[in-house]
Structures are given as C-alpha cells and as structure tokens.
Design a protein around this ligand. Structure first.
Ligand code: URA
Length: 234
C-alpha cells in the first residue's frame, strides 16, 4: 500500500473538512488538505506592504542581490508576487500578494490607483513641469502618451509626483524629458496605503480598511487616497 493510501485508510487525511475516502478523489489547488490536524496547503489570501530599502531587487529570486521577498517573514511568503515593481535604487512602498486577480486589478491604468513618489532632482524643478506632466508626455518606445499626472513642488530640488499608471522607469523618464536627472526616488503611498509605522525593510499585512480602500478605488476610479492637491488634476 502506498503511503497516501495508508494515510487515507487510517483516516488521517481531510479534504475540505471531510475525511478522505479514496486515492481517486479530486484534489485541486483550492482544496484544503489537512493531515493529522495540520493544513498542508494554506491558500488564504495574503496582502502585504513592504518598505523597500535601496539596493534590493523587486523580484522573488536573484543570484546577486537581496530580493524584496527575502525581507518578508510570513508562512506563505513563497506564494507571494509583487504588485508594481520599484527600481533597484528606488525606495518605499511595495505591495505583495498571492491574490493574482487583486494584483491585476490594482495595476490596471483604468483603475486609476494613485501612486505617489517623492523625487529629489539634480536641477531645480521648472515652472513648466506641472503643466507638461498634466497633459502627458509621449513615450516613443511604447508609442503612448502618459496619463495626466500631478506634480506638487516641495522645494527647488524636490517634488511629489502622483501617477495613475506604472510604465517602465516612468518617473525617471518624465523628468528625463527636461534633462533633469532623478537622484532619489521614494514611493510614499499607493491609494490609501502609506508606509506609516514601517521602518526600512519592514513589512506588515494590509489592514481590512486598506484592503477595502483599494477595492473601493477600483469601483470609484481612483478617488481614494489621492492627495487633495491632485483631486482636480486626476
Ligand atoms: N518610476 C521610476 O522611474 N522608477 C521606479 O522605481 C518607479 C517609478
């Protein structure tokens, strides 16, 4: 008798709360399999936020550098994927989940989930930037024009930029349009989710309120968590 057959005969395996009857019983990725009272495949949805430090790769595996996943402590961490990557040297808010449908929804430009960045620049921020960002910049490589973005100037060399999409190196390329190099980039919020209470490299589960907020955003097309200064622009 195979090991599994023996365990079934001993009534030690439960499938979705019922004692397993035979080796032929259908088991899918959604079946809850319990052996001797211990769940072997916990598929409960997990939603996490991480404060990414510089020099960490937004990937689940890397040969050379630490990954965002290596900073997470959670029993289901190996099920997680990243919902919206940040560049190697960009710091700040990264969302991770094992719920693919949720990650896909919040990443859609149509959802208009606000992503807010604090940017430090090599040259002073010009007066014309805000209007150009609001109108959108043409990216020849993708043949797209960026969606309206909202710029709040904080000082000569710093600004807060809110986007509702996430094209490759988007913030750097938008300032690159003015030949103004981004020296530091930090994502401070996504929708109503902020880094409050999280030190560098720390992570936590989203609260029910934060999770509902992202779902509400999906219904209300982004009006959740948008900086007041940007409500009219976006
Ligand atoms: N835009 C960038 O250029 N880099 C990031 O990491 C995120 C947005």
């Amino acid at each position: 008798m195979s090991d599994t057959r023996l365990l079934i005969a001993q009534k030690r395996i439960f499938l979705d709360g019922r004692v397993a009857q035979s080796i032929q019983q259908k088991v899918t990725e959604f079946t809850r399999v319990v052996l001797d009272g211990q769940c072997l495949n916990n598929n409960a949805p997990v939603y996490m936020v991480l404060n990414k430090p510089q020099g960490v790769v937004s990937a689940t595996k890397d040969h050379k550098h630490p990954t965002v996943l290596s900073l997470i402590e959670h029993p289901q961490k190996n099920q997680l994927h990243i919902a919206g990557r940040l560049d190697f040297n960009t710091t700040g808010l990264i969302l991770l989940s094992n719920d693919g449908a949720w990650s896909r929804k919040i990443s859609l430009p149509e959802t208009k989930l606000a992503k807010t960045y604090e940017v430090t620049l090599a040259k002073p921020v010009g007066d014309e930037y805000a209007e150009v960002f609001r109108k959108g910049i043409y990216f020849a490589y993708e043949d797209i024009t960026t969606r309206p973005a909202c710029l709040e100037v904080l000082s000569d060399f710093t600004a807060r930029l809110t986007l509702v999409e996430g094209k490759y190196h988007q913030v750097k390329r938008m300032f690159g349009y003015f030949q103004n190099q981004v020296l530091a980039l930090h994502r401070v919020s996504v929708g109503n989710i902020t880094l409050a209470g999280l030190g560098e490299g720390e992570s936590r589960l989203l609260t029910a309120e934060e999770l509902n907020g992202t779902l509400e955003t999906i219904d209300q097309l982004g009006k959740v968590g948008l900086p007041n200064a940007c409500l009219a622009a976006l």
